[in-house]
Design a protein around this ligand. Structure first.
Ligand SMILES: *[C@@H]1O[C@H](CO)[C@@H](O)[C@H](O)[C@H]1NC(C)=O
Length: 523
């Protein structure tokens, strides 16, 4: 028995790796996803450190088990985040495809990431981290700084880790093909592949999305070049050499599209196991036979909604008196204490155990902004949804749910339209197809042949032991645009066929002339 224990211990120790997780604190969903990964790895016996540049100090770390190195917030970066959180930038009023909004967001978010990156580099933390000789460095390329830091930290393996799907240029950097004729851009909330206008919109949406990240992508690398020399590798060069890419995608609900062997989907890892509801929430959920949960996420605050939109939600509640509505509403303001308080079947709350509520049998429909975390939770718990995408990857997440007949999409510009929302809610509650499909997907997710957690642990182990594999790195990342698209061959081919056509035409004309001339002579 003792021998067995010793053997077991030796086995765990032999598999312990030093792992660094870069977890920029700017949005709850990102911190939650990366923090949860850090905790899963720590639980598995690894030595995990999280590097947290704290733009938003009020956001939770996401991890409770790993060691933490904090970088203080850059005041300008923190000010931008504050501006977004207080609704000074009203994201609900504009279409997600409005190029002016994209420009504004690009500048604001660009400043936030750029400034924070300077503070992170000022701390010279990379010198200390390089000495640590990490086996694996897990990093999200949302703010770019973390990925460029990889070149200074020099881990054995870099694992690019995305809280969402791959975005924009990341496809090119990794060598993953992106067929925009049938793979919706993050900003596309519905794509009809047989419609020329719909596909055109998708192309346009992809460009707006890339434009949104253009400011960050242009500015952040300049900091590194300024400090470490002009020959500091580009983002493309560093990203092309990662060992693996983890995405928060779930193939059982995502759009099927080409990928690579080094892209590993670990969707749903941010979702915790559901717990039993406490007495209060349990009593709310059993007040009426059905409950609808409304939450627009942590970035779009419900109390900042236009009065007409709030009135529309109230109308929806009064239309379904036998349904209890729970609405995530952050403030006890005039509306909360006035109009909303008069509605008997409406419960306002600034916090609720979302994942556990979704697991309750009485929960009929989830009205959500469609953040990746919420989309994963609603599919894991098997609940139909109305999605009101606001920005980021939310439009595509919503399209994913509608495509799988697990719910319906409502444009954020139409939330004030009570009739429309009532219609959708009726459809989802009365047509059994949605509940059936949702239950089926939930069962499939529970029985996946390889769980996301299993994949995470095995691929991290593998990357820690062997480093990047050149076989997994497609040659496309070293090719020029012309080579990749065979434009040289097409060009030479066109010239050759033009020359041949010319020669043929010339010969035919020449022969025709000779024959005609011969005929004329003979006459
Ligand atoms: C990436 O990998 C290639 C091929 O293995 C190597 O030549 C190059 O120096 C690497 N670049 C960086 C930035 O690590």
């Amino acid at each position: 028995m003792r021998l067995l224990l010793l053997l077991l211990l030796a086995f765990t120790v032999a598999n312990t790796h030093k792992i660094l997780v870069y977890n920029l604190k700017f949005a709850h969903s990102h911190s939650n996803f990366l923090g949860n990964i850090a905790d899963i790895l720590e639980d598995a016996g690894h030595d995990v450190t999280t590097l947290i540049p704290e733009v938003g100090t009020t956001i939770k770390d996401g991890s409770t088990k790993a060691k933490v190195i904090r970088i203080p917030p850059n005041p300008e970066a923190a000010a931008v985040l504050e501006k977004m959180n207080t609704g000074e930038i009203d994201v609900l009023q504009f279409s997600e495809l409005n190029p002016l909004v994209a420009y504004m967001m690009s500048r604001e978010v660009g400043t936030m990431f750029y400034k924070q990156c300077e503070t992170t580099l000022d701390s010279k933390i990379y010198e200390k981290l390089q000495k640590e000789k990490f086996d694996v460095y897990m990093v999200e390329t949302f703010d770019i700084c973390g990925m460029l830091l990889a070149h200074l930290i020099k881990p054995r393996s870099i694992i690019k880790t995305s809280t969402t799907i791959l975005l924009g240029e990341q496809f090119d950097e990794l060598g993953v093909p992106l067929p925009l004729s049938y793979n919706p851009s993050p900003l596309t909330r519905s794509l009809d592949v047989h419609s020329i206008t719909s596909r055109l919109w998708n192309l346009y949406a992809e460009h707006v999305n890339r434009f949104m990240f253009s400011n960050i992508r242009r500015r952040v690398p300049t900091i590194f070049k300024r400090r470490f020399g002009e020959d500091f590798p580009t983002l493309q060069e560093i990203t092309a050499n990662v060992s693996y890419v983890f995405t928060n995608s779930e193939p059982l609900i995502d759009f099927a599209a080409p990928t690579l062997n080094r892209v590993i989907d670990i969707g749903g890892l941010g979702a915790k196991e559901p717990k039993k509801l406490d007495e209060y929430w349990s009593s709310v959920l059993t007040r009426r036979p059905k409950t609808v949960l409304i939450s627009l996420g942590s970035m779009a605050k419900s109390y900042l909604l236009q009065p007409t939109v709030k009135a529309a939600f109230v109308k929806v509640c009064t239309t379904f008196p036998s349904v209890t509505f729970i609405w995530k509403y952050e403030k006890k303001d005039e509306f909360a204490l006035g109009d909303a308080a008069k509605i008997e079947n409406l419960v306002l709350t600034d916090w609720m155990p979302q994942n556990d509520i979704l697991n309750h049998p009485n929960l009929a429909v989830f009205i959500t902004h469609g953040g990746m975390g919420s989309v994963q939770e609603l599919t894991l718990r098997g609940k139909p949804a109305i999605l009101i995408p606001i920005f980021g990857d939310q439009p595509r997440n919503a399209a994913m749910i509608e495509h799988n007949k697990l719910g319906k999409v409502l444009s954020k510009l139409e939330v004030g339209n009570a009739e429309k929302m009532i219609g959708l809610l009726k459809e989802l509650m009365e047509n059994p197809v949605y509940a059936q499909n949702s239950a089926r997907v939930s069962r499939m997710l529970a029985k996946k042949p390889f769980s996301s957690k299993e994949k995470l642990l095995k691929y991290v182990d593998f990357a820690a032991e062997f480093g990047p594999s050149s076989a997994l790195r497609p040659q496309s990342v070293d090719m020029t645009f012309i080579e990749y698209h065979n434009l040289d061959i097409i060009f030479v081919g066109l010239i050759l066929s033009a020359a041949i056509s010319y020669l043929l035409l010339y010969t035919v004309l020449y022969l025709a002339k000779r024959i005609m001339l011969g005929k004329v002579k003979n006459e």
